[in-house]
Every structure is written in structure tokens, then in C-alpha cells.
Ligand binder design. Structure first.
Ligand SMILES: *[C@@H]1O[C@H](CO)[C@@H](O)[C@H](O)[C@H]1NC(C)=O
Length: 412
């Protein structure tokens, strides 16, 4: 907790000094005197600065909300928001005259900052002294969790496990591993990405070696794509230098600018060695909704033919999915780019979830909180979801999304 607050301070501070700060030696609280005071600025400047800082503050709140709730799916309590507000306020104070710079780089503030802090943190010998950053690579644990906590995804479970296990057991991989997750929202893409992080690193997604990028958050403005490109490359290369094994997760990958995908290529590709750093021990996960419709169509076809969804084979579904991604609508354009260049090692389809799967998610949510539940309560939670298509009412439109919040209605 304290570390995350510290990260935030560092971030905004770094953003304003444009990278000139003595990141390794100095601590955030020591930098305060260095920031220009508002007294040095004219009234007009001061007002403009005030509005910039407001935006920075709102942004940091949005960031934490996104990451903590959406990706980690934990730490969503109010008190965290309070702490974050304080931290943001303190950091904004420090941000001084560099408001414009902070704003333009805002999507990047956090990643940049966390890499600096990790160097600082690691200089105390607490994480990377051994060079492993607490890599755990617990395949048994991953398999166990995929089997017991991921519902209705026999294909995703198999592919992910095989791909990750095979990769980790290869002494000298030829290239980084890249998996492309496809499916409707709420079907488990984020969940699986989180499980992978948790079983590969002791600190899970909070590890310095696991980085999450959310397209519309980290790369919101296409006019800044050139800046984003440089920053992304820098971020990847520094993480890889710090970590023996890195994990990069790109959420909303369908919204990644095509230039950013190009920037990623050298790291994911076979031969292009860009510098002396070895990128082949990295894992890239691309999460997107693209192709979700074709996956759902296949699942619906099987159901209508009276066949069990477990009979859907990877060969059959992948053929349809690949065709859709390569020849489909404009929606899939950005994604196809990686696929076209054969940079994706495995397509991972996530099937739409049925009523019984939503009930299992509800059960897990009760169990996770140590709460008693009845079959009726599980049914009630599942009935709160919207099911499609209109006639069949077979698949949950939101998958298991927000199921864990919905059980709040059933608390005593
Ligand atoms: C791997 O994960 C399983 C299940 O989470 C756990 O019981 C086991 O102790 C872990 N093994 C190691 C070596 O951490």
C-alpha cells in the first residue's frame, strides 16, 4: 500500500521534471523544495496550473480505479481511494510549473514512474538482487486454478496451460511467447491474465516484472502516438533488463494504434535483435473482444445441433476465428496486423458463458468472501444477468462480469 502511494508521488514528480530528476538517489519527499512555488508564477499561469492539477488528480483516481478494480479485481475499498486522493494532492503540489508536460504525458506517468521506483527499490536489494524478481513459475498452481476457478473455458484452459508450460520448460526459446485472448467481455480474459501473473510471480500483477497496458488509458490520443511508441519501447526494454522473465499484458488490444503494434514487433519477433538485451524470455498477452461474435456463433451452432460445448475443438474454432480476424470487418484491423505477421503464437478463444457458469462464478464469489450461500441465492444472482440471443436466452451478455459485486444484495 505504502509503496503504491510512493509510486504515485514519484510518477507525477517525474512527469513534471521531464526525466531530469535524480531518481535513484533522491526520495520523493526530498524533492519538494525543488518544485517552483506558485508565487513565482503570474495569476494567469497560476489559474492554468490549477486546472491542470485538477485534471491530474482526476486522472490518478481514474487510474487506480481501473487498475485496482478492473485488473486486480481487489483493493476496491473506499479507504484506498482516500489514500490515493491524498497522494495525488501531495504529488500535484510537487508538480509545480510543469503542468503541461504532466498533462501530455499523463497516460504514461505511472509506467515511467514505476520503473524508476523499481530501480530505487531494487537498489536496496529487496527484489532484484537475485535477478529473478521473485519469479515463482508455479505451473501446478496455475493448472489447479484454471481447473477450479475458470468456468466454461475448456479451450482457453488447455491452450494457456500448454503454451505457458511449454515456453517455461524450453531452455532457449526462439522468441518471446505471445498469446492473443479473444472473447466477449466477462468471459475470463482478464481473470486468466491475472492468474498467469499470480502463478508466475510471487507478487502477481504487482511484480515489477509484470506490466499492464490499457489502450485507451495509456495511449489515449492518437496524435501522441510517436511519444507513446518511444515510451513503450523504453518501458519494455527496461523491464526486460531488470527481469529475467517479463510479462506484458495489453488490455483492449483491439484499440492499440497500429504504429504501437509496429513498435512491439521487434520484441515479439524471431530474429530482430534490437540491442544486446534478450527479449525471448518474455510473455506478451493481448486481450481483446475482437472475434467474440464468431466464437459465440460457433458455440450457438453447437448448442442448436444438440452437441455439448466441450465437443468444440481448437482446430475447428481456430479455423473460424483466424479467418474472421484476418478477413473480417474493420473492427479487427489493428489485431490482424500482429496475426498477419505471424507474431501471435496461440489464439486463445473464450466461449460465451451460460447460466450454469454464471452460477459457478457466484459460488466462487461467496466462497472468496467466506460467506454462506444457498442454491437459491446463486440462482438469483444468475437471474440478474441479461441473457442473449433474444430467443434462446443462452449466453450471459456480460459473462461473469460484476457477479462478485452483485452478491452484495444477498448479504445479511
Ligand atoms: C503452487 O500453487 C499451489 C496452489 O496455489 C500451492 O498450493 C503451492 O504451494 C504452490 N507451490 C509453490 C512452490 O509455491
Amino acid at each position: 500500500m505504502a509503496r503504491r502511494v510512493l509510486l504515485l508521488c514519484f510518477c507525477l514528480c517525474y512527469g513534471c521534471t521531464g526525466g531530469q530528476g535524480p531518481a535513484r538517489q533522491s526520495r520523493p519527499w526530498e524533492r519538494r523544495e525543488a518544485a517552483p512555488s506558485s508565487a513565482l508564477l503570474g495569476d494567469e499561469h497560476y489559474e492554468r496550473l490549477q486546472s491542470h492539477l485538477g485534471a491530474v488528480r482526476a486522472l490518478s483516481r481514474r487510474y487506480w480505479h481501473l487498475v485496482a478494480c478492473k485488473v486486480w479485481q481487489e483493493d476496491c475499498e473506499e479507504k484506498e481511494e482516500e489514500e490515493e486522493k491524498e497522494a495525488a494532492a501531495a504529488a500535484a503540489e510537487e508538480a509545480g510549473g510543469g503542468g503541461q508536460v504532466v498533462l501530455e504525458r499523463r497516460g504514461w506517468s505511472l509506467p515511467i514512474m514505476s520503473e524508476i521506483v523499481s530501480s530505487w527499490y531494487c537498489s536496496f536489494g529487496r527484489c532484484c538482487a537475485t535477478g529473478d524478481c521473485r519469479v515463482t513459475n508455479n505451473i501446478t498452481g496455475l493448472e489447479l486454478d484454471l481447473s477450479s476457478r475458470l468456468h466454461g473455458q475448456h479451450l482457453a484452459k488447455d491452450v494457456v496451460l500448454k503454451a505457458i508450460q511449454g515456453f517455461l520448460e524450453t531452455p532457449q526459446p526462439e522468441k518471446a511467447l505471445s498469446l492473443s485472448f479473444h472473447g466477449w467481455s466477462g468471459t475470463g480474459k482478464n481473470f486468466v491474465a491475472r492468474l498467469i501473473a499470480e502463478h508466475l510471480y510471487r507478487d502477481g500483477l504487482k511484480s515489477d516484472c509484470a506490466k499492464v497496458f490499457i489502450s485507451l488509458f495509456h495511449f489515449p490520443h492518437s496524435k501522441y502516438v510517436d511519444i507513446y511508441k518511444v515510451q513503450l519501447a523504453k518501458q519494455i526494454s527496461e523491464t526486460v533488463q531488470l527481469c529475467e522473465q517479463s510479462l506484458f499484458i495489453f488490455d483492449e488490444a483491439e484499440k492499440l494504434h497500429v504504429d504501437l503494434l509496429d513498435a512491439l514487433k521487434p520484441y515479439v519477433d524471431h530474429y530482430d535483435s534490437i540491442d544486446t538485451v534478450d527479449y525471448r524470455r518474455s510473455i506478451f498477452l493481448f486481450l481483446s473482444n475482437t472475434g467474440g461474435n464468431i466464437i459465440n456463433e460457433v458455440a450457438l451452432d453447437f448448442w442448436q445441433a444438440g452437441r455439448s460445448r466441450e465437443e468444440i475443438t481448437m482446430e475447428y474454432l481456430e479455423k473460424h476465428l483466424r479467418t474472421e480476424l484476418l478477413e473480417g470487418t474493420a473492427e479487427g484491423y489493428a489485431r490482424n496486423h500482429l496475426l498477419e505477421d505471424n507474431l501471435i503464437d496461440f489464439l486463445v478463444p473464450f466461449l460465451p458463458l451460460e447460466y450454469r457458469h454464471v452460477k459457478l462464478c457466484a459460488r466462487d464469489a461467496f466462497l472468496a468472501r467466506g460467506l454462506p450461500f444457498t442454491e437459491e441465492a446463486l440462482d438469483e444472482v444468475a437471474r440478474m444477468m441479461v441473457f442473449v440471443p433474444k430467443e434462446e436466452k443462452l449466453f450471459s451478455a456480460q459473462g461473469c462480469k460484476s457477479v462478485s459485486q452483485r452478491i452484495n444484495y444477498f448479504l445479511p
